[in-house]
Write a protein that binds this ligand. Sequence first.
Ligand code: TRP
Length: 347
Amino acid sequence: MFPDVHLTHERSRMSKKRVLTGYRPTGRLTLGHWFGNLMNMRQMQDTYEAYYFVADWHALTSDWQDTSRIRQFTEEMVLDWIAAGIDPGKATIYRQSDVPEVAELTLYLSMVTPMSWLERVPSYKEQREQISEKDLGNVGFFLYPLMQAADIVIVRGEAVPVGEDQAPHLELTREIVRRFNATYGELLVEPASVIPESGARVPGTDGRKMSKSYGNAIYLSETDEETTQKVMGMITDPARRLKTDPGNPDICPLQQIHKLVARDSETVAEWDRCCRSAQCGCVAHKRQMAADLTAYLSEFRARRAELNAHPGYAWEVLADGAARVRPVVVDLMGEVREAMRLKAPVG
Ligand code: TRP
């Protein structure tokens, strides 16, 4: 139950493809992450050789003015991952800033990357336009997708699970890899994107996409009471004003989450039926949903509490991950420097 961080790398995994994904440590993980990413990461740790890292430098690119909680968020993210079933004995869990060569490789990749390629990255343009509360005019933020390319390439990542928003970053990575290889020799691996099958979109308590920045998120690590309170305040079918109005569960965020967490499909079908026929009210449905949701998360929350009781555990996992990723990085960087004639060949 309590995962051993010192499990050795099994040899058998050497034949598996290598998957890589990173998360910026900007806060606790939500139910949206659970269904959107974590289930997929849990699956991939068995079918791939998995590298999961905390992208603390990426968090810095936008949050450089306030770094006060970056360590706390890093620690919480690692604990959330492990409580969600990411096994540090299977996946290599590490922190980006423990691999300083990522910065070196970012610099090398910057040589082969035209500025125009970075200027036209959609997420860059959008965020510069839409986010006004943070100063994103810094070079670091401009380099965000370039550093992401370095993250992937430095472990010879072959597969990267991507949602819609990250697809252009992966495309850019591939272009940079091709340009590097055309210049210095076929050396870097061109990563492929894998579209997660299980990427359910989870609505927040207000019906919009669940997101920390909308204030509509249910956090995996919050208490059952907090979750229940949020569920009781959820919006339902807005056209259903009275209990006697028939409702439409297809557009009800409560029902959408219920479908994901209910013990069985009959429960969901029953609430669907009695909502449409106005035989049951939203308050009763919320009570039932809160009970089912907290039951669904109870194993996660128990594990999370257990991990919490071991201060320093997340840092042990990260230290172990850093040691495991080191030989991979040293090897790749040796080849890169040699290909660029920066170091004389050894021996
Ligand atoms: N850009 C990703 C995000 O916003 C985080 C990230 C950084 C990442 N480096 C990566 C994802 C490399 C995949 C591969 O969540």
